[in-house]
Design a binder for this molecule. Structure first.
Ligand code: ZN
Ligand code: MN
Length: 453
């Protein structure tokens, strides 16, 4: 990392940051976007492929209706207009992970457009304008063997097309202005909101760490008082909320140093490095390079307005509203609640535990300490741990009624996680009950004193 960096404060004195965020969300439909192949993750390479998703000559795609429904529900949740009529488009490029040599996407006619969503950071709400939500397909997976894991210097490369053709939604914001010092948090907060939204809609698992929600972060700086946008960089595939915020901050500081020294920012794609900095990638293709044209193998999409209204009526409580409601109901401070939002899946598991009878404080404690630690150790999400919200509430009930103490409660949780059954069963067979019979305690105390006066 050789980049000169300006201090964050100095950047803010001289410039206004402008953001643009592109998020790809992999939908959790049972079958792929244009064929009936399953989308299940983690199976034998190339075991979920057919002539359509392998791009064999003569094969024809068919649109997945469930994916269209999911896209419309996402669009409605983002307060978008839903197109009465739109088409798919071919985005042509050659890369071996895309066996057709083009991606079916949407170009000038996206399914959803012109939305807006509020992102809360601390006490402030920032309006994020949405340009479009369009439908497309994922590419396969390339593994480069030898060298440094990139195509350059690799001995050979392996291709797995199981992911080729999995439905993807691309959600693109308009430029986001006036965030100032909060720019990094607004970017991360927006992505967190999208994640919670697609999970609440049950259209995607929304797991950044698994790549089913990926964010490209565009950042540019405008000198104070300027009216024209600066030149932006685009940092690709940033894969955690923290990295989204860090990438924004880093690019602001890097571009701030270049502009302050009288230089020009290069419009390019950059890579995010886990160590906390960006590096230059290829210079950005322009839309013309992709030779977009309407996809001739698919009919246009014209969603019946009555159906769209039906879907609107089925939308779950908006994640932003739900958060505000839960925070009030639970009585947490902004900070206490923020800690919950920072852990993927914690809001839902805590809400379920409260529904199962635990207090919000107790539910928060177990999921953010003991269970978060376990999830971290095993590399799984909270809701993938082999313990249910109901079982956590049962542990807390045993604690509240004095049958076990805090230390024993941890052992009970360990037992449940080890597959020993419900909390009561674990207490039983591990013999963990606290002895609360005063007579028995007195005999034991007397015995101990007598043995060692
Ligand atoms: Zn297929
Ligand atoms: Mn895309």
């Amino acid at each position: 990392m050789a980049d000169e960096l300006l201090s964050f404060d100095a950047v803010l004195e001289r410039f206004d940051p402008v953001l643009g965020l592109e998020v790809h969300v992999e939908l959790s439909t049972k079958s792929k976007m244009w064929c009936g192949c399953p989308t299940e993750f983690g199976n034998e390479p190339n075991s979920q492929v057919c002539p359509v998703c392998l791009g064999l000559p003569g094969s024809l795609p068919v649109v997945n209706a469930k994916a269209v429904e999911s896209a419309i529900r996402i669009g409605l949740s983002l307060n978008c207009q839903i197109a009465r009529w739109c088409r798919f488009a071919r985005k042509n490029y050659f890369y071996p992970d895309m066996p057709k040599d083009y991606q079916i996407s949407q170009y000038d006619e996206p399914l959803c457009f012109d939305g807006e969503i509020a992102v809360e950071v601390g006490e402030m709400a920032y309006q994020v304008p949405i340009e479009r939500v369009h439908m497309e397909e994922d590419a396969g997976k390339i593994t480069h063997i030898g060298g440094v894991g990139r195509i350059a210097n690799a001995d050979y490369s392996l291709l797995d097309y199981n992911r080729a053709g999995v439905p993807l939604m691309e959600i693109v914001t308009k430029t986001i202005h006036d965030t100032g010092a909060a720019a990094p948090e607004v970017a991360a907060g927006y992505v967190a909101l999208l994640r919670d939204m697609v999970r609440a809609l049950a259209v995607s698992q929304g797991r950044m760490e698994r790549g089913n929600l990926r964010c490209d972060v565009n950042v540019s700086l405008m000198p104070k008082g300027a009216s024209e946008l600066g030149i932006r960089s685009e940092t690709k595939n940033v894969n955690s909320l923290r990295a989204v915020a860090d990438a924004v901050r880093y690019e602001m500081r890097r571009q701030g140093a270049i502009l302050s020294a009288g230089g020009r920012v290069v419009q390019e794609t950059r890579h995010w490095n886990e160590a906390g900095y960006t590096t230059a990638g290829r210079s950005k293709e322009t839309a013309e390079d992709y030779r977009y044209f309407p996809e001739p193998d698919l009919v246009p999409l014209a969603a019946d307005p009555a159906w769209v209204e039906q879907l609107r009526a089925t939308l779950p409580e908006h994640p932003g509203k739900r958060r505000a409601r839960l925070r009030t109901e639970w009585g947490f401070t902004q900070r206490e609640f923020g800690d919950i939002l920072a852990v993927p899946g914690a809001l839902d598991t805590i809400a379920d535990t409260v529904l199962a009878g635990a207090t919000p404080i107790a539910a928060r404690k177990w999921w953010l300490t003991e269970l978060a630690r376990r999830a971290n150790e095993w590399g799984v999400a909270l809701d993938e741990l082999p313990i249910t919200a109901k079982q956590v509430a049962e542990v807390q009930a045993l604690l509240d009624t004095g049958q076990i103490n805090d230390k024993l409660a941890r052992q009970v949780i360990e037992g449940v996680l080890a597959g020993e059954g419900d909390p009561a069963a674990v207490v039983q067979h591990r013999g963990l009950t606290v002895v609360s019979d005063t007579g028995a305690l007195e005999v034991a105390v007397d015995g101990a004193i007598a043995a060692d006066p």
